[in-house]
Design a protein around this ligand. Structure first.
Ligand code: C2O
Ligand code: CU
Length: 456
């Protein structure tokens, strides 16, 4: 008996052929929908009831959207929820009008109405989409999914797996989501943490794998506040992309892989375990390693280990910013519990329903933090003067961290800032529009840590 294995490329080629045939029929194609709706999902272990969630297309997480680099992605967003919503395409260097930020780039879509998202995806890589209207609640309720943009030449791997890491705050008796999304303790401390951690909508995900199989793992941190600290057992390999953008060369996977909210990492790993399993493990609050994703091993993909993977093809427009011309900006991050903000300022801030400020201001405000001219290089220093880490995310453009030795790091869209430290990023303001700049600990964003810049 011979085994036939369809490669992803063959499958895609086949799909392309059938799509062509269909188009030749000449019928006007109906828009592809992405529907926000209430659904049920078995997040908790068997035996527990299903959890009522808010979902895209009825699944948790939302459907994996996979498109080829450079194409137009079109989705008619249909809001079947009882509250307004909108969709943000995290990490896509997108046309500003399609960025999905309610109150900045569009009005939230009222219940029963639709919005047509239509944009080009310039960059290959691992991205994600999520609600950007009252995100703290809507993302926690389940409104997120993976958006994968494929390289024209896929790297040589046996399988490509998306792992969307999340946590949920569930009532341990009913397995329903804890409905208080604005608890002052969450807003003023680390954010809303779940009591059940899982992957792809399940508390315990186990995949199968063959020995010596080569996997591309696309990890996405979709949690509201949790910073994942991960390690691999029985798998070894390279990290090849961060926040969607290919690294200049594959790098050894750090002993402990830190993934802040909204960050992504692409790994290419070989299944090297001698035993029956391999795993991605997560450092728990108790400092014990716990299983995040398991791999049950059966069979052999090949006898020997392979050469390191080739470097991923670069995306367009990855030139480093011209630091000699860069305009320096500083954004001080203040507030929160156990911070150094004066009692008077803190009290005034809390009066306005906030706990945090960015550059002295709580919330978006009418004027941007900075007005940049298109093409202008910028260096922006975040000074984290709080007692908590913050995952600062810029919409519309990727940046590079300016390291202490003056060198520029890889391109990212979210940087984890550490209490008491400052982190400088640099980018070229080449995408016109109004771009949000906020903490991706979503409770922090809701309690003041949301700002924006204007590029024109
Ligand atoms: Cu995932 Cu405003 O971002
Ligand atoms: Cu924060």
């Amino acid at each position: 008996m011979r085994n036939f294995q369809l490669t992803r490329r063959a499958v895609l080629a086949g799909m392309g052929a059938s799509a062509l045939t269909a188009r030749a029929g000449g019928a006007a194609t109906a828009p592809t929908l992405l529907t926000a709706q209430v659904a049920k999902a078995q997040i908790a272990p068997e035996g527990y009831p299903q959890t009522e969630v808010w979902s895209y297309d009825g699944t948790l997480p939302g459907p994996e959207l996979r498109v080829a680099q450079g194409v137009r992605l079109q989705r008619r967003f249909v809001n079947k929820l009882a509250v307004p919503s909108s969709v943000h395409w995290h990490g896509i260097r997108i046309d500003n009008a399609m960025d999905g930020v309610a109150g900045l780039t569009q009005d939230a879509v009222p219940p029963g109405q639709t919005f047509d998202y239509d944009f080009r995806v310039p960059d290959a890589g691992t991205y994600w989409y999520h609600a950007h209207t009252k995100s703290m609640e809507q993302v926690a309720r389940g409104l997120s999914g993976a958006l994968i943009v494929e390289e024209p030449e896929a790297p040589d791997v046996d399988r490509d797996e998306v792992l969307l890491l999340d946590d949920w705050l569930l009532d341990p008796d009913t397995a329903q989501l804890e409905p208080d999304f604005t608890h002052p303790m969450d807003l003023s401390h680390g954010g809303r943490f779940g009591n059940l951690v899982g992957t792809n909508g399940h508390y315990a995900l186990t995949l199968t794998a063959k020995r010596h199989e080569r996997l591309r793992l696309r990890l996405i941190n979709a949690a509201n506040a949790r910073i994942f600290v991960l390690r691999l057992t029985g798998l070894s390999g390279w990290q090849v992309a961060l926040d969607g953008m290919p690294l200049p060369a594959p790098e050894a996977i750090p002993e402990e892989l830190v993934l802040a909210p909204a960050q992504r990492v692409d790994l290419i790993v070989d299944v090297t375990s001698d035993g029956a399993e391999a795993a991605i493990e997560r450092l728990g609050n108790d400092q014990q390693w716990q299983r995040q994703v398991g791999f049950a091993i059966s069979g052999e993909a090949s006898r020997t280990r392979r050469d390191p993977p080739a470097v991923l093809p670069p995306n367009p427009n990855m030139d480093p910013p011209d630091l000699t011309q860069a305009r320096p900006l500083e954004m001080k991050i203040e507030g929160g519990a156990m911070g150094r903000m004066s009692r008077n300022r803190m009290q005034a801030l809390m009066q306005s329903g906030n706990f945090w400020t960015l550059a002295g201001q709580a919330g978006m405000g009418d004027t941007p933090f900075a007005k940049l001219s298109q093409g202008e290089p910028v260096r922006l220093r975040f000074v984290n003067d709080t007692a908590f880490p913050h995952a600062m995310h810029l919409h519309g453009m990727h940046f590079r961290e300016l390291r202490e030795d003056g060198s520029l790091g890889p391109m990212r869209d979210t940087v984890l800032t550490i209490p008491g430290r400052s982190h400088e990023i640099a980018f070229t303001a080449d995408n016109p529009g109004k771009w949000l700049l906020h903490c991706h600990m979503l409770a922090h964003a809701a309690a003041g840590m949301t700002s924006w810049i204007k590029v024109a």
